[in-house]
Design a binder for this molecule. Structure first.
Ligand SMILES: [Zn+2]
Length: 364
């Protein structure tokens, strides 16, 4: 077997230069290494061409417009929640829950990748706004966990193996269908526990931003929607924030767990790591809007080119999928229900026991 370690650095999207191996041959140390390099470089060139030919609207505009639409729908949601008619209240919950999912899942994900702005300062501002104010989490920890660990070490055991999502002591039905409803409560508590070891100013900023986000929604429910009881306002917040947490947890585990896992000492090349360790779900109008293409039908593209926006991931998808199939590399796809069935039936194996290591014999 020839296993070629990766440097473990986060890929820089379309401008990334594929990693050199450290098996002693070096970047130009042989035909096999050249082949491996050229695969990622060739694909990067194809994707770069699509990106160059795209307008600002395609690169960032469409996703920013979806996020803006989510914010613009909030006044209507608060007013609907104040209605005396049950059906309108239900509609208010649905609108607010959907807007919350767009902002805190699609928005925080794009912001954590710096995909909302080309300016570094604005990218940092949006990360704090989306992750802390809207998402009730720590921007620094969120970015570190997602970019520096999950993306850089996708499916590498002990580093980016998605084990943070595992709660092995929970029975499968509780984990898959009940525990996710606690996400809105667990998230700010985890954020607080992560503040240890960080500077006082960072800890203070996070506490202030998270409180600002939570309190402003509570205040608007009292002032605009006219909730008389604080307990009912809090319950409404919990309901709106928990409505999409079931698919959120599902999507996070479906796309990596159960796929090949690699050893930190024998890392495959990036293109093999991502094509073997990442899976796409089919397009779904609701999840495409709320979670974003990069988390649903373009997860493979997102892991190969993590700085592309959702819309650009969708645009390069035909180029990437065709290229991988032509080169006989995996392009893994499965349906939501099929993954749910798999996780339900093989819960012990996938979510309780340690996953086995895959060695990619013959493909490198
Ligand atoms: Zn990502």
């Amino acid at each position: 077997m020839t296993s070629v370690p990766d440097t473990g650095k986060e890929g820089h999207g379309v401008s990334e230069r594929p990693d050199c191996d450290s098996a002693g041959t070096g970047c130009a140390g042989g035909a096999a290494a050249d082949d491996r390099e050229s695969l990622m470089m060739e694909l990067t060139r194809l994707v770069q061409r699509v990106v160059r030919e795209s307008s600002w609207w395609e690169k960032r505009g469409i996703d920013c417009a979806i996020l803006a639409a989510a914010f613009l729908s909030l006044p209507a949601a608060f007013l609907l929640l104040g209605s005396s008619q049950g059906l309108l209240v239900v509609l208010g919950v649905l609108v607010m829950a959907t807007a919350h999912a767009v902002i805190t899942i699609k928005g925080t994900h794009l912001a954590s990748h710096g995909a909302l702005s080309e300016s570094q300062a604005w990218a940092e501002f949006w990360a704090v706004f989306f992750i802390e104010v809207c998402g009730s989490f720590t921007a620094r920890v969120g970015v570190h966990t997602h970019i520096k660990m999950h993306h850089a070490h996708t499916n590498i055991l002990g580093l980016g193996d998605s084990s943070t999502w595992k709660i092995p002591f929970l029975p499968r039905s509780v984990y898959l269908f009940l525990a996710p409803l606690g996400v809105p409560i667990i998230t700010p508590l985890v954020a607080l526990s992560q503040l240890r070891g960080h500077s006082l100013s960072l800890a203070l900023r996070t506490v202030l931003m998270v409180s600002l986000g939570l309190y402003s929604q509570f205040w608007l429910l009292i002032q605009v929607s006219g909730f008389q009881s604080p307990a009912r306002a809090l319950l409404c917040m919990l309901l709106c924030r928990a409505l999409y947490s079931l698919p959120y947890i599902h999507v996070n585990i479906f796309q990596h767990i159960g796929l090949p896992m690699f050893s930190p000492t024998q890392r495959p090349k990036r293109i093999h790591q991502m094509t073997h360790g990442v899976l796409n779900l089919p397009r779904n109008p609701l999840l495409d809007w709320t979670f974003g293409h990069s988390l649903i039908s373009c997860h493979v593209e997102h892991h190969l080119f993590p700085f592309l926006s959702d819309n650009m991931c969708l645009k390069v998808k035909p180029v990437v999928s065709r290229y991988l199939r032509e080169k006989k590399l995996p392009y893994q796809e499965d349906s939501y229900l099929s993954r749910l069935q798999l996780f339900f039936n093989k819960y012990q194996e996938l979510m309780v026991f340690a996953p086995p290591i895959t060695e990619l014999v013959g493909v490198q």
